[in-house]
Design a protein around this ligand. Sequence first.
Ligand code: DGY
Length: 321
Amino acid sequence: MLKKKIISYMRVDDRVVEQLKQDFDVTCFYNHEYLGDAAFDHALQEADGIIGLALKVNKQLLQHAPKLKVVSNVSVGYDNLDIEEMTKRNIMATNTPGVLDDTTADAIFGLLIATARRIPELDSFVKEGNWNISLQPEQYGLDVHHKTLGIIGLGSIGSAIAKRAHFGFGMNILYHNRSRNKEAENTYSATYCELNELLENSDFVCLMVPATDKTKNMISASQFKSMKSTAIFINGSRGKNVDEAALYDALVDGEIHAAGVDVYKEEPTNKDNPLLRLHNIVTLPHIGSSTIECEYNMSKLAAENIKKALTGCKPPTLINK
Ligand code: DGY
């Protein structure tokens, strides 16, 4: 019997690709080229499924994929998928929630500490041979422990951040969410706040909401103005949720103290992005879930999803039920 055809796009663990090859005819693509690329277009015409990271699955792409039954994202976020259009066409969409919560929380809390304690800047200071005299007060960081952390979006990753903050650092947790998270209230003594109240009272503001039409630019000039001038803003969600020009102004005008940014509006961000010239920003290339172990676990779950979908079963983490 002819094997069903799968496109593996960008980051799927090699071991998982090899396992998929036992059951499917898999074609791999490793970069951002897609529509317009003859090999990709051909594979798309034939594909029963796609597994991968951040492929923009929109109406235009779907028009070139007549046989497609499933798109299995190797990520928890699925703002790259037009779920409405996929549902209309009876195409399943799946993601990888759960398996990345602790890994992403480690990265985002690490970014918070690195920003507060100026770790990248002081690392360069030592490596560049400038540690000739004792540290100057202008190089001091800010405390993290026992401060107030405001988490916007207290889902499973936000909760894993709250856990680290509460038990490890004795922090006071405020949160803003679509719905109350009673478990976090009981376990981490988290207090629910309206957004503005959270912004005004937090020493660290950590954005962890998914990217939707409702969250686009939800942190903009007026939200930065509401924050303390000593506040540190962390974006561990999606770049689209923040007005980057407003973030730049807030950092330059001293409306906030510093920012830690893992995500950008356009990724990879251009080296000319003005944010990259600022001394009070610590930045990463969207690495929340990027560890060897976590990438493997995400690929495994994504593979299980695509396998179930193409063998007539319900995938474990189906988005459009
Ligand atoms: C996720 O899983 O959504 C991570 O941000 C990687 O894209």
